[in-house]
Write a protein that binds this ligand. Structure first.
Ligand SMILES: *Cc1c(COP(=O)(O)O)cnc(C)c1O
Length: 524
């Protein structure tokens, strides 16, 4: 039932009355609306019950195990949210001058520094507002780099077939042709195919490592050499950093540019579809192209840093002001903070949003990183990997088919339902839907497409052994039902407010507008 259907003409919410003063003075008559807007009219009690009931119908990380592979649905500490919501942050106007926002700029600057450290990159911009937008920024920087060198012959981006769909989409949006290369039977990039694919036309390679198959690329050094030898750059899809935090850095693997989904690894849930942040990190040679604005720390007037003696800016000659730290800087000194603009970075790929990114998400990431510290980041990686390998081993023991049983899992792994489907007709989708009835959010289904009838399972580091054991038990129950009562599984879910949706219709013809009953009747 919609809140509109609980509406009664004239029903009011007394507690809200003080705010209910229409501010119409000064607005020309012609611009004032003549009719009341079609808003629901309900009491506070009606509204509270309505939304509380709705929230209880939802699967969420606060209520259920949510092993949605590639999406990292882990517990997000309340403190991160509470601190990011401090009124001093919330009330800041995006157009307020830098001088009145030194606190928030200091947090963002420190976050840039932390992410540089975590990834081994020379500079970071926090501006992209999603993983896909971070990818777009990254490939746009690769393009700007080649063009700045007058190298216009590079027309291709190489993408392994295991990649997330946003990778090839990004390459095409940046004007490149995608060359797909296969994965070998171990789940690694096929090196012979890579060697055959590269050449003077190669702008770069986009790679996810650990890959979406859940394994860490064994040949990463050989891969980076093959691509760099032909003058291409390496792009790291760092949507999920859980398995490598504090353990290994993409910069050390030889990557030139990386995006990170702060809304997966750094304390904002991804699967809920809310706001995100896809910060990008770059190696020295891409520093001039970073998206704006980047937060810089100015040298302190009292004899602080005046020149780039340590060479940390990389290419100071390209910078309008070589004394500004922030792009590649180290963050010492007591200087003031400010946003860099086109004057500072004339070769920047530009702005990606109206203001300065999703600051609420960035602040949560900052608090989370500070709470964890270096020690905590190690623990995240260790427990994420331990939980994934424990769950993988238990499911294998229970007789499920693991896609790459000979490999150690990273933060996630794949179970194929193909043998069960061959025996009973029950598909990965049927299993996923039946898991809902048993109180588990299903894993990611049918991605990556390389493995037939796959479930991509990511338990995350925040789950207990009891929860993981409960999930294994539920998987076994569903498999038993596939043999004994297959119609029960095929008809699932049975306990949810909605049953199986028409996914295609929901994607192609989504209509969320409410129409008053009279209008509906008029329309026939
Ligand atoms: C989630 C994800 C992305 C895209 O991130 P969005 O924020 O959803 O745009 C890209 N690559 C991988 C591997 C991912 O898991």
């Amino acid at each position: 039932m919609l809140i509109f259907e609980r509406s009664h003409p004239g029903r009011r919410n007394a507690a809200q009355a003080p705010n209910h003063v229409a501010a119409t003075s000064g607005i020309p008559d012609a611009l004032l609306r003549k009719d009341r807007p079609l808003l629901p009219e309900a009491s506070e009690m009606d509204v509270v019950r309505h939304y509380t009931r709705l929230s209880q119908k939802n699967f969420s990380i606060d209520t259920h195990f949510y092993p949605l592979g590639s999406c990292t649905m882990k517990y997000n500490p309340r403190a991160c949210n509470t601190l990011a919501m401090l009124p001093q942050f919330l009330a800041r106007h995006p157009l307020a001058p830098d001088s009145t926002g030194q606190g928030v700029l200091a947090c963002l600057y420190d976050l840039q520094e932390i992410l540089k450290d975590v990834t081994g990159m020379a500079g970071v911009s926090l501006m992209p507002m999603a993983g896909a937008q971070g990818e777009f920024a990254g490939i746009a920087m690769i393009r700007a780099y080649h063009e700045a060198r007058g190298d216009t012959a590079r027309t291709e981006i190489i993408v392994p077939d295991a990649a997330h769909g946003t990778n090839p989409a990004t390459a095409v949006m940046c004007g490149y042709t995608v060359k797909e290369i296969p994965t070998d039977s171990e789940g690694d990039v096929d090196l012979d195919a890579l060697r055959a694919a590269v050449g003077p036309q190669t702008a770069g390679l986009m790679l996810t490592n650990p890959s979406t198959l859940g394994v860490f690329e064994k040949q990463i050094q050989a891969i980076q050499k093959i691509v760099h030898d032909v003058g291409g750059l390496l792009y790291y899809d760092g949507a999920n950093l859980n398995a490598i935090l504090g353990k290994v850095k993409p910069g050390d693997m030889g990557f030139d540019v990386i995006h990170m989904n702060l809304h997966k690894t750094f304390s904002t849930p991804h699967g809920g579809g809310g706001p995100g942040a896809g910060a990008v990190g770059v190696a020295q040679r891409l520093l001039p192209f970073l998206p704006l604005p980047v937060v810089a720390k100015l040298p302190s007037p009292a004899g602080g840093i005046t020149s780039d003696s340590a060479g940390v800016l990389g290419q100071p000659s390209r910078m309008a002001s070589s004394s500004i730290r922030g792009v590649g800087g180290e963050g010492s000194g007591n200087g003031a903070y400010r946003y860099l603009t086109e004057q500072d970075l004339p070769q920047s790929i530009g702005h990606l949003s109206a203001f300065s990114g999703n600051i609420g998400i960035l602040l949560r990431a900052y608090v989370y990183a500070r709470m964890l510290g270096a020690e905590g980041m190690h623990r995240v990686a260790e427990f994420a990997t331990l939980n994934a390998n424990y769950l993988m081993a238990e499911l294998q023991k229970a007789g499920f088919t693991i896609a790459f049983p000979q490999r150690r899992a990273s933060h996630e792994f794949i179970v194929s339902i193909k043998p069960l489907k061959d025996a009973t007709g029950i598909s990965a989708m049927d299993v996923a839907k039946r898991l809902l009835d048993k109180g588990y959010h299903p894993p990611t289904t049918y991605f990556p497409m390389l493995v037939p009838e796959c479930l991509l399972i990511e338990p995350t580091e925040t789950e207990s052994k009891e929860t993981l054991d409960g999930f294994v038990a539920a998987m076994k129950e569903v498999r038993d039902e596939a043999y004994t009562t297959p119609e029960l599984v095929k008809g699932a879910p049975h306990t949810m407010p909605v049953r199986r949706l028409d996914d295609v219709k929901a994607a192609r013809e989504l209509d969320l507008t409410w129409k008053a009953p009279a209008t509906q009747a008029d329309a026939g």
